[in-house]
Design a protein around this ligand. Structure first.
Ligand code: MG
Length: 162
């Protein structure tokens, strides 16, 4: 078997929360009094997923690909960035095998949005929803997540040559 037939990648991102801003996770608008401070739409879950995909293909990171100093990415829907990343790994011959995402957010509770988030990511990446896992947790009120100052996301992916 080709040693590069399967590769794994890991991504991590954090965004701060502030009152009056929109909260978007995995392309889904979440009802919330607070949202993300960011150059893009602040979709911290998609950013972690993009970094996992880029990492799996050793293609750098989201900050290099879409610098926050570049006005063309200001306020951008992160699903567009994700679609671009899927094209980048596609150019190397890879498709997404599966993704597993863990979102640490103290409030609001996001469990009821999980299916919509999975469907949104499946659409943006062009895979069946069964290949996308989204899990939500709190940090039991510990740390910056627990104090509701921010959101932390970890993403793991497998990419494969079809
Ligand atoms: Mg980010």
């Amino acid at each position: 078997m080709n040693e590069n037939a399967f590769r794994i990648g890991h991504g991590y991102d954090v965004h701060a929360l502030r009152a009056g801003l929109p909260l978007v996770l995995c392309g889904v608008r979440i009802e919330s009094e607070r949202g993300f401070v960011a150059h893009s739409d602040g979709d911290v879950a998609i950013h972690a997923l993009c970094d996992a995909l880029l990492g799996a293909a050793a293609l750098g990171d989201i900050g290099q690909r879409f610098p926050d100093t570049d006005p063309q990415w200001k306020g951008i829907d992160s699903r567009i960035l994700l679609e671009k990343v899927i094209k980048l790994i596609g150019a190397k011959g890879y498709v997404l095998g599966n993704a597993d995402i863990t979102i640490a957010l103290q409030a609001p509770k996001i469990g009821k949005y999980v299916l919509a988030m999975r469907e949104s990511l499946a659409k943006a990446t062009g895979v069946n929803v069964s290949r996308i896992s989204v899990k939500a947790t709190t940090t039991e009120r510990l740390g910056f997540v627990g104090r509701e100052e921010g959101c932390e996301v970890w993403a793991t992916v497998l990419i494969q040559k079809p």
